[in-house]
Design a binder for this molecule. Structure first.
Ligand SMILES: *Cc1c(COP(=O)(O)O)cnc(C)c1O
Length: 425
C-alpha cells in the first residue's frame, strides 16, 4: 500500500490546490470512533467527516443495504423511472421531522443543493424574493449558497458576483452580543428585517438552529421560536437548515425540536445516509407543492444506493437510540470540558448540545478571539492522533463532532488527547 507521503506527492501533481485537507494522512479504513491511515496509524475521530457518519463508518446495516441495492440497480433517475427507496425515504422524513402536518420532500445530492432548492421553493410559493440570513451563517459553496454564507475567507473570497436579494441580520450569540435574551435578540433582528427589507418582501427566513461552521453558536432560548412566529405572521417561509444539526446530532432527531419549533421547510443532508451523498428538503405540503411538476429535480437526486443507505442509517439511529447516545456523549464530555476551561482561562465559553460541542478560545478575561491558540491546539491534537475540527467566523472555536456510535473508551481517549493538547499551549 502506498504511504501517505507517496500519496501526498501524487496528489500535489493532480489535485487542485483549492481542495485542501486538514491533515496529510490518507485513510485506509474506519469504524466506530476510530480511523486508520495507510501508514497504520489510528486516529480517534471527533470529526465524523463533518457530522456525516453519525451511525459510524461502514455501519453494518448500511453496508448490507448498499450491497443489496447495488446488485439490484444503481441508477435509473427518479425523474424517468421511479423506485420505492426514494418514496420510503420521503415517508421517513415526513414522520421524523417536527410538525404534525402533511409534508412533502424532494431529494438532492448535497446540502448546498438542498438549501438552493429550499430557496427556490420558498420564492415560488410566496411570489417574493428576499431571503433573510444571519451573521456567522453557513449554507454551502454553490453560487447562491455562498451568498447565503457569511464568512468571506475561504468560502467567498474572489468568487463573486453573488446572488442578489439576500439580507443578513444579527444572530443571537450570547457570548458576543452582551448576553441579550432570545426575545431581545429576535426583536433586534426583526426590527432590522422590517426596516431594511420590509416584511411583505420576505420570501424566507433561513437559519441553522445551532450554527455549524460559524462557530457552533447556540442562540439564546426563545430566539428561534420568535423568528418562526414572526415569519408566520409576515407570510414568510421559515426554513431550518438542519444539515449539520439533524439526525440525532443534538440529542433529538432535529434541533428544532429542542425549542418546540416546527419549521415550514427543513433542509437535511450530512448525517442522513451514513456517508453516502443524499440531501432533502422537507416541509409543508402546500409550500412544497406550490412548485409545478418538473420544477425540481436533478439527474442523481435521491440515487437508489444513497436512499438504501439512508433507510438503513435511520433504522440504525432508531435501534441504537442515537439521540440518546448524543445526550450521553454530552453528559460524559461536558464535565471534562468544564474542568478543562477551569484550568485554562483561554477557554471563554463551552457551548453546544448533544454531540455537537464547542470551546471558544479567547484572550483570557474578555472576548477577543484567539485563533492562533486554536490552531495550535488543533495541531497538537492532530499530532497526538485526535481528529479535531475548528470553526467560527474568527477561527477560534474547537468543535467536537464524534460519530454517535463512539465507544466510551474512544470518547475518553479523545478527551484525554484534547486535554493534553491544551497542556502544550
Ligand atoms: C455542510 C452544510 C451545508 C452544505 O452542505 P454540503 O453537502 O457541503 O453542500 C449547508 N448547511 C449547513 C448548516 C451545513 O453544515
Amino acid at each position: 500500500m502506498p504511504s501517505s507521503d507517496d500519496l501526498g506527492r501524487r496528489r500535489s501533481a493532480v489535485v487542485a490546490r483549492g481542495v485542501s485537507s486538514m491533515i496529510p494522512s490518507y485513510v485506509s479504513s474506519a469504524a466506530g470512533g476510530t480511523l486508520t491511515d495507510v501508514d497504520g496509524r489510528e486516529w480517534v475521530d471527533f470529526a465524523a467527516g463533518i457530522a456525516v457518519t453519525n451511525v459510524g463508518n461502514s455501519a453494518p446495516k448500511v453496508v448490507a443495504a448498499i450491497k443489496q441495492q447495488v446488485e439490484l440497480f444503481t441508477h435509473t433517475c427518479f425523474m424517468i423511472t421511479p423506485y420505492e427507496q426514494y418514496v420510503a425515504v420521503c415517508e421517513e422524513l415526513a414522520a421524523l421531522t417536527p410538525g404534525d402536518f402533511e409534508k412533502r420532500s424532494a431529494l438532492f445530492n448535497s446540502g448546498a443543493e438542498a438549501v438552493e432548492n429550499a430557496v427556490k421553493i420558498a420564492r415560488h410559493a410566496t411570489g417574493r424574493q428576499a431571503i433573510v440570513v444571519f451573521d456567522h451563517a453557513y449554507h454551502g459553496r454553490t453560487n447562491l449558497t455562498m451568498a447565503l454564507t457569511a464568512k468571506v475567507m475561504p468560502y467567498k473570497q474572489g468568487f463573486g458576483p453573488f446572488a442578489p436579494e439576500i439580507y443578513r441580520v444579527p444572530m443571537s450569540y450570547p457570548f458576543r452580543d452582551g448576553g441579550r435574551s432570545g426575545a431581545e435578540a429576535a426583536a433586534y433582528a426583526i426590527g432590522q428585517i422590517e426596516k431594511h427589507v420590509g416584511a411583505s418582501n420576505v420570501a424566507a427566513v433561513l437559519i441553522e438552529p445551532v450554527q455549524g461552521e460559524g462557530g457552533f453558536v447556540v442562540p439564546a432560548a426563545g430566539f428561534l421560536p420568535a423568528l418562526a412566529a414572526w415569519s408566520k405572521q409576515a407570510g414568510a417561509v421559515f426554513i431550518a437548515d438542519e444539515i449539520q444539526t439533524g439526525f440525532c446530532r443534538t440529542g433529538s432527531w432535529f434541533a428544532s425540536e429542542d425549542e418546540g419549533v416546527e419549521p415550514d421547510l427543513i433542509t437535511t443532508a450530512k448525517g442522513i445516509a451514513g456517508g453516502l451523498p443524499l440531501a432533502a428538503v422537507t416541509g409543508r405540503a402546500e409550500i412544497m407543492d406550490a412548485v409545478h411538476p418538473g420544477g425540481l429535480g436533478g439527474t442523481y437526486g435521491g440515487n437508489p444506493i444513497a436512499c438504501a443507505a439512508a433507510l438503513a442509517s435511520i433504522e440504525t439511529m432508531r435501534e441504537l437510540d442515537l439521540a440518546g447516545a448524543a445526550r450521553h456523549i454530552e453528559s460524559v464530555a461536558r464535565p471534562r470540558l468544564e474542568a478543562l476551561a477551569a484550568k485554562h482561562p483561554i477557554v471563554g465559553e463551552i457551548r453546544g448540545r448533544g454531540a455537537m460541542l464547542a470551546l471558544e478560545l479567547v484572550v483570557p478575561g474578555g472576548i477577543e478571539p484567539d485563533a492562533a491558540s486554536t490552531a495550535a491546539v488543533a495541531k497538537a491534537a492532530h499530532e497526538s492522533g485526535l481528529l479535531l475540527l475548528t470553526c467560527g467566523t474568527y477561527g477560534n472555536v474547537i468543535r467536537l463532532l464524534p460519530p454517535l456510535v463512539i465507544s466510551d473508551d474512544e470518547l475518553d481517549r479523545g478527551l484525554t488527547l484534547l486535554e493534553q493538547a491544551f497542556s502544550t499551549l
